[in-house]
Write a protein that binds this ligand. Structure first.
Ligand code: SF4
Ligand code: SF4
Length: 287
């Protein structure tokens, strides 16, 4: 099972469009599982018309206060590094969105008044169609921690490993903990960027993050021809492999905005996906 993560330093670079097109192209030869780990805004499902096979609640553990046995010692407040539990005189308040499920308050409570219980944070769905299968993590509105759901969705995907040849991961945008959690297990990371100063700035941060994680990377320049050549220069100067480019074409954005698949509709995009896929496999084979 090869795992290829598709990431971008910033949102709106065409990461999801590329993940979906890549999955569709690879599905002609392989069994592909596309994992949407952009859990705060998963939208791969917009482009897949299939049957929902599974929909389960994703949970994290949070403490639940049992007032009858509490002696109001304040130890829970003192031991929580995340301000997720506060002892206010004769009451203990818990803030589930802030809780990191570290168990400290629960284990250090002298009267065992904070047992850890399940708290629903979102959903994991498995959707199947004739081309490929989509596994989607989707965080509930108001929930702030994407990482536990990303890890649970990935774990679920791992459990399906024997049924698939390739796992494509659509990562969350940005360069913080959710991205790190999403690419943690990838064998290869494709960084999608655009030829603009913002694209270059965020690409540099993403490259630093991937280097720290010792990930093998390649860059795809989307909307090529729109801005300048600074991204290419940066990649060349830093020995970063450019896997390919996707030409700027207003029709891609127009089709995408309608929730339609652009893959087979625009010839040069189709060819770019084929060329980039070959480059990814060449790079992977040279590992
Ligand atoms: S540590 Fe336990 S006993 Fe102390 S205030 Fe918190 S819940 Fe109550
Ligand atoms: S489990 Fe950890 S993070 Fe959550 S409230 Fe307790 S001490 Fe705080």
């Amino acid at each position: 099972m090869i795992e290829i993560a598709v990431a971008s330093g910033k949102g709106g670079t065409g990461k999801t469009m590329f993940s979906v097109c890549l999955s569709l192209y690879l599905s002609k030869q392989y069994k592909v599982l596309l994992s949407d780990l952009d859990v705060e805004e998963p939208n791969c499902s917009v482009f897949i018309n299939g049957n929902e096979l599974i929909s389960i609640d994703a949970v994290k553990k949070i403490p639940e206060w049992e007032s009858e046995t509490c002696v109001f010692c304040g130890s829970c407040s003192e031991n929580c590094n995340f301000h997720a539990v506060i002892n206010l005189g004769q009451h203990v308040s818990i803030f589930p969105q802030l809780c990191h499920s570290c168990y400290a308050c629960s284990q250090l409570c002298p009267t065992c008044s904070l047992p850890m219980n399940n708290h629903v944070i979102g959903k994991i769905r498995l959707i199947d169609n004739i081309d490929y299968t989509l596994l989607e993590g989707s965080l509930d509105v108001g929930e702030e921690q994407a990482v536990p759901l990303i890890r649970q969705t990935w774990k679920y995907a791992k459990g399906l490993s024997q049924d698939f040849d390739i796992r494509i991961v659509d990562c969350p945008p940005g360069n913080s903990c959710p991205l790190v959690a999403a690419v943690e297990n990838a064998h290869y990371v494709v960084l999608i960027t655009e030829p603009t100063p913002f694209g270059l700035n965020d690409l540099k941060i993403a490259v630093q993050t991937m280097n720290k994680m010792k990930k093998r990377i390649g860059v795809v320049i989307n909307r090529h021809g729109l801005g300048n050549s600074d991204v290419e220069k940066y990649c060349n100067d830093n020995n970063i492999h450019i896997l390919g480019t996707i030409k700027y074409d207003k029709r891609i954005a127009e089709t995408y905005a309608l929730g339609e698949l652009v893959y087979n509709k625009i010839g040069h995009l189709h060819q770019s996906i084929i060329d980039i896929t070959q480059e990814i496999f060449k790079e992977y084979a040279h590992a």
